[in-house]
Design a protein around this ligand. Structure first.
Ligand SMILES: Cc1cc2nc3c(=O)[nH]c(=O)nc-3n(C[C@H](O)[C@H](O)[C@H](O)COP(=O)(O)O)c2cc1C
Length: 303
């Protein structure tokens, strides 16, 4: 049997396969399709201090090889999570990571400190890269100083594993990665969606109510892979890779590029049991190539 376990900060995962925030609900919605306890981790929906309705419809558009979304962090707020969702997700039997968003530094800090009190949540993923909200979100993640500021404020309030999710909508992602590493992040995950837009030519109007939205899916994979490879060389903390992963082969490419774990997002909408297949596919690959452990292929790309 090959070893699939991997470490993100002090958090040990049974395998490197996680599901990406906003694409897998709270995990329990997928229990009819697969054994969700087999996942390395489930990253739940973006959670904010106060409830958010999200953006007006339409907030999804299809594109060739991907999709655009402008959901805008619809969620019932952190108190609802604590009272109603936490008791359920704790029973799943895998690591549950909460994706935290905010409109200002204090929002992030307050939400993180509430999650810090939950013994069954070993990590948060700080979303400083959402392109779909007017205030906060991506604004923090596209500048090294503001990225470091929000991370160091949260670091003081949160003492478990702190993952920071980076935006691809920057010139040099390694600058931001180094800034958040310096501010106390235990890991970085990348990429969030890429800013894009869609137009209805007949109506001469944008398709999304917000005009622009976040692009995800297979089309973004080459960009994500490049950014993961660059970032893994630039920082010492573990990198979590995502963006367009649809198969075990895609996942293995991110591991070879230097990711210590991966996340599956848009592909969950195409095949709701894809993440379990990716776990098995990584194990098959390791066996076929004579590796004992997934650690043997992390960063093993020969350039
Ligand atoms: C419908 C939808 C909702 C999303 N919501 C969030 C969110 O709440 N927080 C977050 O950090 N990322 C969110 N994302 C971004 C994904 O987690 C992921 O970073 C991105 O889609 C790229 O991965 P993929 O190509 O595998 O989907 C969302 C993506 C989609 C498609």
């Amino acid at each position: 049997m090959v070893q699939l376990s991997t470490k993100i900060g002090s958090l040990e995962l049974k395998n490197p396969v996680m599901t990406a925030s906003g694409t897998f609900g709270y995990g329990t919605e997928y229990a009819d399709f697969m054994d969700i306890s087999r996942l390395g981790a489930i990253i739940v929906k973006g959670t904010t201090l106060a409830p958010r309705q999200g953006n007006p419809y339409p907030r999804m558009a299809e594109t060739p090889s991907g999709m655009l979304n402008a959901v805008g962090l619809q969620n019932k707020g952190v108190d609802y999570f604590v009272d109603h969702i936490y008791p359920e997700v704790q029973k799943i039997g895998t690591a549950i990571i909460v994706n935290v968003s905010g409109s200002c530094i204090d929002d992030y800090v307050q939400t993180a400190s509430i999650i810090n009190t939950l013994d069954g949540i070993p990590a948060i993923e700080l979303n400083i890269s959402c392109p779909n909200v007017k205030q906060g979100g991506m604004a923090f993640g596209v500048n090294p100083e503001s990225a470091a500021q929000v991370v160091s404020a949260v670091r003081k309030a949160y003492d478990k594993t702190l993952i920071v999710k980076l935006s691809p909508n920057v010139t040099d992602i390694t600058e931001i990665a180094r800034a958040v590493e310096g501010a106390g992040a235990d890991s970085v995950s990348l990429i969030n969606t890429m800013l894009g837009m869609a137009i209805d030519a007949e109506k001469r109007r944008p398709i999304l109510s917000t005009v622009t939205g976040g692009m995800s899916g297979p089309a973004v994979k080459p960009v994500a892979l490049r950014m993961v490879w660059q970032t893994a060389k630039a920082v010492k903390i573990p990198v979590i890779g995502l963006g367009g992963i649809c198969s075990a082969t895609d996942a293995i490419e991110f591991l070879l590029a230097g990711a210590s774990a991966i996340q599956i997002g848009t592909a969950n909408f195409i095949d709701p049991s894809i993440s379990e297949k990716v776990v098995d596919g990584i194990a098959d690959y390791l066996e076929r190539h004579g590796f004992n452990s997934v650690q043997d292929i992390i960063g093993a790309l020969q350039v």
